[in-house]
Design a protein around this ligand. Sequence first.
Ligand code: ATR
Length: 279
Amino acid sequence: MRIDGETRVVGVFGDPIKHSASPAMHNAAFEKLRLNWRYLPFHVLPDKLEAALHGVRDMGLVGVNLTVPHKIFALALVDEVDPVARQLGAVNTVHVVDGRLVGHNTDGYGLVKALREAFGLRLKGKRVTIIGAGGAGRAVTVQCAMEGVAELCLFNRTTSKAEELARELHNDFGSVQVTVGLPASRCDLLINATSVGLRAGDPSPIARTVLAKHTFVLDMIYRPVDTKLLRDAKRAGCRVTDGLGMLLHQGARAFEIWTGRKAPVEVMRSALRRAVHTR
Ligand code: ATR
């Protein structure tokens, strides 16, 4: 591997960052396309995000990804926010264009691609239950509304946060029917956007009785591979997928924003699987 005066640098800011699988995915893609680029993880604390983003611009990096806990704060720190990131209320990809920091959000794109790939599912007209109303829950909920789902059922440990999100949806997407609480009727798709399941031994974020056979289940968690929710769902006869597809496709889209080249998705998928499964 050569690093020289022409090497272009991108990376990811997060706290914590040690376990990020993104460097493996992006560096494999650069290697495949023979680009003299490198993707590095940076441990950036929340109160240093502003200075670190100035560093991205001033040191001539091409851009960065942002992960927990930076995605929401970054909205106010970039020079320009693209309309999708504005609507989702979070920035996960920053691109430096003519010395300006432009904020994008590729998580929603990742969700749409992952659902199509795993289940052949399009969101338009569907009934969707989303568990979690934090940053990730908010982004997937708004993406579902943008895709024209028929009904959204929002469930969160802290009900007031789900209610607040429901009010926002009501204002911005009047045609979507939104309810708060556990799904009363059948839904086509259930998404876990909480952090419940990240630790081995975690319970499922919802009761097993809510899972019906015809419901597709996406758990945004990708490590551990088999969460209690996914095990329960499989047992109930549901088709399931973990968060790896979303992670892959949000990364592929970020790669395309930075490089202007088509992302080698299969190379990125293999690198990601290796990185996730060997830890
Ligand atoms: P992220 O950016 O990953 O979404 P977040 O904004 O901190 O992180 O949101 C975490 C989500 O996981 C929230 O929906 C949170 O529920 P609360 O709003 O009630 O805090 C949910 N969550 C975290 N721990 C949980 C637990 N033990 N049981 C149920 N929900 C939990």
